[in-house]
Design a protein around this ligand. Structure first.
Ligand SMILES: [Zn+2]
Length: 118
């Protein structure tokens, strides 16, 4: 399985290694590289929300206003430098449980974040 954005003709506009989808198993996995959906999500993250610890980046975005899954409070993303691999894309729920994001989660979160920014 590969996400829709990884399959967009012309998505790979760089020389060298092909993208590897972060959603090849449905849920996010760390084996991806330059995945279209993961990169699209990372691109919409407001710069001022990014926390840095040495070269690691972390973001927790409040998504409680999002109507799709009432109990999900935060989207958590982390990555190392600005490389093609993300370390984590998770949803954090009101009861403290977490879930690895799926492609569908990310697509709706990209829309939510873009809407929220306006
Ligand atoms: Zn992908």
């Amino acid at each position: 399985m590969t996400c829709k954005l990884c399959l967009v003709p012309g998505y790979k506009d760089w020389e060298g290694q092909d993208p590897k989808c972060h959603f090849s198993k449905g849920e996010f996995n760390r084996e991806g590289w330059n995945c279209g959906t993961a990169n699209a999500l990372r691109r919409v993250i407001p710069e001022d929300l990014i926390q840095y610890y040495e070269d690691q980046r972390f973001v927790a975005i409040n998504i409680a206003k999002r109507e799709l899954e009432a109990a999900s409070l935060f989207l958590y993303i982390s990555w190392y430098k600005n490389r093609g691999r993300l370390d984590s894309i998770k949803l954090i729920y009101s009861d403290g449980k977490t879930k690895l994001a799926t492609e569908d989660d990310c697509v709706s979160l990209i829309e939510f974040i873009q809407r929220d920014k306006r």
